[in-house]
Design a protein around this ligand. Structure first.
Ligand code: URA
Length: 197
């Protein structure tokens, strides 16, 4: 097993046993899986969403429901193969009623995401939605550049990491595009950026 795979497996084991998580009981009661992430451990692009929904918690796979269909469409429009990128979320367990993540949940799961970033060392981190945008931009000392997602979606920010420099691109959450064709168009034109990078 390669080192990255082994480090990811450790994360999975730790999340599985995460009894101190506010979402642990809900997972066990519903026979849900935690959703760690999916894709290449050597990906150049890492997509970070918010939290698993029901489909994701039932399968253990990120973005496999309605929002996932949109994400697949967007990836295809940018000629990116899903298996070439890495897709994950900040929160690894499904919150009840798909509600927004709570600060204490971000505190519990954030360090796992931090470790995943260090394992994969992506050249581009694309955040999906405002929670991932805010977490990642704050983590990489870009908090002063934070604005509403409508203002900064599709902008490319340079950040320094422990493994070198990376680009951070905030994007709308594909879920918003399920019912809003305008956001879908915006997302499509934002995804075109990947073709140039
Ligand atoms: N929404 C997310 O943010 N992540 C998923 O995995 C699915 C829906």
């Amino acid at each position: 097993m390669n080192e990255r795979k082994e480090l990811m497996r450790q994360i999975k084991d730790e999340v599985l046993a995460l009894k101190n998580s506010p979402l642990y009981k809900f997972r066990i009661e519903n026979n849900y899986f935690p959703v760690i992430g999916e894709g290449s451990h050597f990906a150049k692009i890492m997509f970070i969403g918010e939290a698993p929904g029901r489909n994701e918690a039932q399968t253990g796979k990120p973005f496999c429901g309605a929002a996932g269909k949109i994400l697949d469409e967007l990836l295809e429009s940018a000629h990116i193969k899903r298996e070439e990128v890495y897709i994950t979320n900040i929160i690894k367990d499904r919150p009840p009623q798909n509600r927004d993540p709570l600060p204490e949940e971000i505190k519990v799961y954030g360090p796992f995401l931090d470790r995943q970033i260090n394992i994969i060392q992506p050249e581009i981190i694309a955040t999906l939605g405002r929670y991932a945008m805010s977490y990642i931009m704050t983590k990489f000392n870009l908090a002063s550049k934070l604005e509403s997602i409508g203002k900064i979606c599709g902008k490319v920010f340079e950040a320094e990491t422990t493994y070198g420099s990376t680009k951070i691109i905030p994007l709308y959450h594909p879920c918003v595009a399920v019912y809003n064709p305008q956001t879908k168009d915006q997302l499509k034109s934002n995804f075109a950026i990947f073709k140039n990078l």
